[in-house]
Design a protein around this ligand. Sequence first.
Ligand SMILES: Cc1cc2nc3c(=O)[nH]c(=O)nc-3n(C[C@H](O)[C@H](O)[C@H](O)COP(=O)(O)OP(=O)(O)OC[C@H]3O[C@@H](n4cnc5c(N)ncnc54)[C@H](O)[C@@H]3O)c2cc1C
Length: 430
Amino acid sequence: MSGLNDPSGLTRRAVLSGMAGAGTVALSASGESTSTAGNAKPQRASETRWDVIVVGAGVFGAWTAWNLRREGRSVLLVDAWGPAHARASSGGESRMTRTAYGSDDLYARWAWESLEDWKWLSQRSGLPILHQIGVLFFFAKAEPYYVQSVEAHRRLKIPLVELDRAALLRQYPQVSWDGIERGLFEPSLGVLMARRAVQTLVKEFVNAGGRYELMAIKAPAAGKTLASVETLGGVTLRAQQFVFACGPWLPKLFPEVLGARIFPTRQEVFFFAPPSGDTSFEPARMPGWADFNGGDIYYGMPDLEARGFKVAHDQHGVAIDPDRGDRSASAAGLAEVRTYMERRFPAMKGRPLVESRVCQYENSSNGDLLIDRHPAIDNVWLVGAGSGHGFKHGPAIGRYTAGLVTGKSRVTEPRLSLASKAEQQHRAVH
Ligand SMILES: Cc1cc2nc3c(=O)[nH]c(=O)nc-3n(C[C@H](O)[C@H](O)[C@H](O)COP(=O)(O)OP(=O)(O)OC[C@H]3O[C@@H](n4cnc5c(N)ncnc54)[C@H](O)[C@@H]3O)c2cc1C
């Protein structure tokens, strides 16, 4: 990111002029919000023909809206329940950012290229968004994934430290290294505070002249070009282009196109209290971690901000409806994670559960993201299929999508296309 006076790349003049359209947002009697900023006349979102309307203020939509605004576009960002709300995929406490992706250069590169933006956002926030505590990935042996990750980091010139068993034992005595021979430590990466990140970014977007509204959008009408969308409250919103970044709700909005191509699955995460006075699970001594476990990955985070030691199983859960799915964690899920945790982190044996969350992955057939034009409506873009690993790539996704929407760049990643999305699941991206 570059810029004269602001690391976002927006000039001071652009920020100040943009502020005229920003400011606090109040709900009118009709349920449509009106801007109350500075000297600007209150103006309804429906009175403007926007350059772009972005539907969905999760991590993908927020970074897309931000990048479009950076390009000087008038942008309306809307969400049915609010940025990173409790059921959004971006609404969790924490998300790992790592560059170890086996042989997969695209996601290693995008995670790496996103890092500066996360650092910038972290500086803008009063509280940390990026905890740059490193990520430790460990393996029973030099699996192909391990070897390929090492090669990819060399190729891409991304720092990576190989650790043998002796180094693991010395550096992380709080872990039981039974059956583990190799570790990969990514010193520049770490953990992102997910909900805080998205909410801070939406605030930055509004401060830079973008408009955010709490509105639910109906599925768009069929046709070659979309002139407007309707809210559930009956408001018409017009734009030249529309980006739908609706996470697990995409199949509901576009059942014919995505109903059989995005598979939302139920995922449980658990947080446990470390023993009192035990500093070995604090971020200073414990990085974000993932146990490759023969491909059946468990992962977690240290006791970040004293919210508990996080442990989750990366296996896809059962199908979930994001509106109606039960958000209480299962006894079986807890037992499974506790068994794993107690084997690998003996000091955590019997420690109390302090929080659990049920979220969803919105998986493509193989784990590749979706960023493409709608196959029939030429000014509609579909962005999603985070597939359990998308959060970290938010800045890169936003840049790539904004480039396509503005026409400034071409498709460089055909594997993100709709055409590449199959109707049978064969997970290939981990
Ligand atoms: C348990 C769990 C752990 C994960 N761990 C990691 C990790 O460690 N690292 C990582 O990089 N990624 C991780 N991910 C994946 C990552 O969180 C997701 O890929 C990412 O958050 C997806 O963001 P999104 O913007 O596509 O979707 P969402 O965050 O779900 O946002 C979509 C938004 O669209 C809105 N919307 C939907 N329909 C409408 C409508 N009709 N009108 C208006 N608004 C609408 C919704 O309200 C929602 O806010 C994890 C995911 C989960 C669930």
